[in-house]
Design a protein around this ligand. Structure first.
Ligand code: NAD
Ligand code: DAU
Length: 332
């Protein structure tokens, strides 16, 4: 088995840490280095128990550090980002800095050193689809971002596409739908509702709760990233999605049921400005490379996720208190 080095930016966040865990378990040929600034969303405990993973605490906008780490790796997977839409509406500046300038910094480093890059992006760059339609986003859908978060992710995707075309950088992009699973920050929808119920609070649904999301288990996302690293074509974009579409109301009602509460025991709160209506991805291009979602049963995946939060209260308690203070300031 020949060893390869992989640099994982944002590897102490939700998806990045799950990627590191998945890679350590399933792909032992990789030697893993994580670059993470440990913002409010990053947590070195997410990597606890992993032998041989190096954590470098630093900023993806730090040119010299990124240059040095890129020179010393074979592959870069770029997860680092400011990731929460509500935060971007409240304070967009860190989103422009990390998501746009951070990606630029990394692109210049992989260009200088001729390294392989996989850029992790989101279906939010495409805007939204009508609720009730069967339309799907494809790799050719035009970008039409709604929030400062999705606008900066769109900017980062455009930089990657341009660096691939003009400089021949060996880069691929994936745009995934909403993820769920362990280690997700309690500011996000599913962990927020689960931890509300575990602390005796009621779930809080924005607006009428008819907005639809397509839920993909984080391990399915990370398996897709490996499929693209192994079989993807440089310069190409791949959409990742499970086809498990649910309205926010349906998700909250399922969480309530799984935790033994009445299905209507939740509150509607003020809607998110610019709130995207529906996301749904056509992932046939990725499926043609051999990827399939393994977590077909959303109910079981959610039950497992709820069990993880129930068993790991010390992991989320402080993060939750801080997140709820922020939510109280914006009335949601
Ligand atoms: P997250 O907020 O949980 O983690 C982000 C990580 O990046 C944190 O560990 C944070 O410390 C780190 N980080 C932030 N700024 C940094 C900087 N300047 N330098 C170095 N590290 C920095 O995010 P997530 O949900 O794990 O998302 C990871 C990636 O996946 C993002 O690019 C996001 O756009 C994308 N994505 C997320 C979802 C989802 O449902 N969460 C879906 C599709 C795509
Ligand atoms: O589609 C991929 C995107 O999914 C990623 O790019 C983002 O990083 C990730 O945060 C996620 O974005 P969303 O805005 O869809 O996720 P969020 O968890 O914030 O909200 C999911 C839905 O639930 C959305 O319609 C807003 C709603 N919501 C959210 C919260 C936090 C509520 O109704 N109540 C809440 O308390």
């Amino acid at each position: 088995m020949s060893t390869k080095k992989i640099l994982v930016t944002g590897g102490a966040g939700f998806i990045g840490a799950n990627f590191v865990r998945y890679t350590a378990e399933h792909r032992p040929e990789y030697r893993i280095t994580v670059l993470d600034a440990l913002t409010y969303a990053g947590n070195k405990d997410n990597l606890a128990g992993l032998d041989g993973v190096e954590l470098v605490v630093g900023d993806v906008c730090d040119r010299d550090l990124v240059d040095r780490l890129t020179a010393d790796t074979d592959v870069v997977t770029h997860f680092a980002a400011e990731s929460h839409v509500d935060n971007s509406l409240y304070d967009p500046e860190p989103f422009v800095r990390t998501n746009v300038h951070g990606t630029f910094t990394l692109l210049e480093a992989v260009r200088r050193h001729g390294k392989r890059l996989h850029h992790i992006s989101t279906d939010e760059v495409f805007g939204d689809l009508p609720v009730g339609s069967t339309d799907l986003f494809t790799e050719n859908s035009p970008h039409n971002p709604s929030s400062p978060y999705s606008a900066t992710k769109s900017g980062s995707d455009m930089l990657v596409r341009a660096w691939a075309r003009s400089y021949g950088v060996h880069a691929t992009i994936s745009n995934c739908a909403n993820n769920y699973g362990p280690y997700q920050h309690p500011e996000k929808f599913i962990p927020r509702q689960v931890t509300n119920l575990l602390t005796g609070e009621r779930p809080r649904v924005y607006g009428d709760g008819t907005n639809v999301r397509e839920w993909t288990h984080v391990d399915d996302h990370n398996a897709a990233v490996h499929t693209i690293l192994d079989h993807g074509t440089a310069g190409e974009t791949y959409l990742i999605g499970s086809s498990a579409e649910r309205s926010n109301r349906e998700i909250v009602e399922l969480i309530l049921e799984l935790l033994g509460h009445q299905a209507d025991a939740y509150d509607h709160v003020a809607d998110r400005p610019g709130h995207d209506l529906r996301y749904a991805n056509d992932s046939s291009k990725l499926r043609a490379l051999g990827w399939r979602p393994r977590y077909g049963d959303l109910r079981q995946g959610l039950a497992d996720t709820i069990a993880w939060y129930r068993d790991n209260q010390p992991w989320w308690q402080t993060h939750k208190t801080i997140a709820e203070t922020k939510y109280a300031e914006i009335g949601r």
